[in-house]
Design a protein around this ligand. Sequence first.
Ligand code: PLP
Length: 394
Amino acid sequence: MQPLESQVLAQLESLKKDSNTRSLFLQKHHGTTLIIQDSALLNLASNDYLGLSSDKDFNQRFLDSTLFKEHCYFSSSSSRLLSGNFEIYTLLESHLKTLFGKESLLFNSGYHANIGAISALSALNVLFVADKSIHASHIDGLKGFKTPNFKRFSHNDMESLKKILEQNVECYDSIIILSEGLFSMEGDFTPLLDLIALKKSYPNVYLYIDEAHSIGSFGKNGLGLCANLGVLKDIDFLILTFGKALSSMGACVLCNTIFKDYFINTARALIYSTALPPINIARTLFVFLELSKLEEKREVLATLCNSFKTSLQENLDLEILGDYNIISLVLGQNAKAIHFSKSLAKEGYFAPAIKTPSVPKNKALLRFSLTANLESKPLENLVKILQKITYATP
Ligand SMILES: Cc1ncc(COP(=O)(O)O)c(C=O)c1O
């Protein structure tokens, strides 16, 4: 018999061999600067895409608002299904319904929303067909409830998806396609119009799209990819998260009334967890109310992303991924990505190595998240440093 501790130590040792251990380190934040062990690093790992969380004027306006004053409770002290359903929850859900034309149901985070909704749906006679690069919270939702019916298609590959649909559409009552608006690791958009066309060629196929990385930062009024393409009515489940560009916390599932009612009754992540503090929901509503006025920040972000990617492409002989605010260099081995990340830290940049299981084996990435409060000069310099590291690395 092996005691628990030795089993754990063996697992940690195996992670170490793959250069795949994780650790928490103390950080201090000053705008776009991170202080780690007395080093000041430019933060290229934040999802605060519009730079709102440290925008003093914006934050002061929230503190001065009636939303802040009237909903200043620091805990909901209960699940929404008990006594935690404060008025502000309904106000935000109604506003989201006005913006997106769908019922909305709030969850404590994107992780909660995905495990809650997907595990609830997996109790039905349904096949899930997920993009290979789908976020871990979708996978955990699929594993969470019972052994789900679950297949995966190659990343953004419509032929691969079509094949799976053709082979399975008659074997299940329903099929749900899981994809992301803008993928969290590769940073590329899903071919949404193609997904919709495929869905529409069958009577029993549904679309579940996660816009964690495109809500707020992308599209007219910052409403994300689906709204921007005018296809909201074709999306059956739309996930928005509030902890990234919206500089708050929480998430919602947008869907029809029947599904909302079903999730209220069956989504364990909603039922069995204390609801987020009302003040947090007030912050999210405040940001949604301001979102259409932040066009200039989105333009600054788009320009930064575009010139950074172009410069990487012109100066590095590496595969570069990403269509917008997430840009990644494909480096292969975990150790190589870690080496790049550590070398950049010495030069004053914080860009994490993304290793398995976040990406497939031997597809380790160096990932840059760009935010509207960055300046272009340090990014131009970063490309030169990356050039040097590339030439010096076998
Ligand atoms: C695509 C996607 N969905 C969901 C989540 C989880 O959201 P949250 O951080 O609000 O739990 C993330 C987080 O990175 C994500 O990238």
